[in-house]
Design a binder for this molecule. Sequence first.
Ligand code: C2E
Ligand code: MG
Ligand code: MG
Length: 252
Amino acid sequence: LDAAIDAGDIWIAYQPQFDLKDDRICGAEALVRWQHPTRGAISPEAFILPAEAHNRIKRLTFYVLEQATRASRFILDERPDFRLGVNISAGLFELPELPAEIAKVLSKVDFPAANLTLEVTESASFGQHQMVAVNLSAIEAMGIQLSIDDYGTGNATLEYMRSVPCQEVKIDRRFIVGLVKNQNDMLLVESTIELAHGMHRRVIAEGIEDPETLELLRSIGCDIAQGYYLAKPMRIEAMESLLEAVTRIKAA
Ligand code: C2E
Ligand code: MG
Ligand code: MG
């Protein structure tokens, strides 16, 4: 992985996020991609966990953070409220230097903290480490927003809802996939939206693959939508064209 970063085989795809209240692109999630010279594309599912287990996740995370903020900085000139989502493993919150190093990257690329959302992925859970709470509040104080990724799975449950000072809850795809047909999933998602809204948090649904699911989510008050039906992860150039096209259509 380190060699892949050095060789330039790691790149970042961006998946647009849509605001369901005013029907427009409000942000994008940065998703790491590894194009191996002989093995082809390697899925993040295959290398994030080992990277976490072998202490290689910090360098990767900071590489993604710097590339993604630098590449998408230009969008803010036209859309000052655009939000960039970057995934961050919960385990990294144990590092005392985390907030300062994030601040260093943001100032280096001149990316406002307020436009960054850190999506806390829970493949490794928050430990009981005393640094975690300190870092979470330091990051909040910097104006960076936090999102609980994959909400409803693994460790990302009520305990996170209670203890993580977040502005966003991202409902995992597994609850979204069968939403139209499965009454229980519908109840779970609806009550999660109600709970999150009660705590003044916005809700984003991921993995929306058809228009029925999108409209259902809109009807139960979901704030933001992400999924293949709306847009697949794409290169930054493609996202630039998409944003330009949308602006042109709106102006016409
Ligand atoms: P995630 O953060 O939950 O990201 C969403 C995943 O769902 C992405 O998979 C995305 O391509 C996929 N997805 C989006 N829309 C749809 C849809 O409509 N249907 C289906 N079936 N899938 C959809 P991806 O890119 O393979 O990433 C997988 C996971 O790897 C991410 O899940 C995240 O936990 C982790 N990851 C990705 N990039 C990074 C990174 O830079 N740092 C860290 N720490 N983890 C990352
Ligand atoms: Mg994510
Ligand atoms: Mg997720």
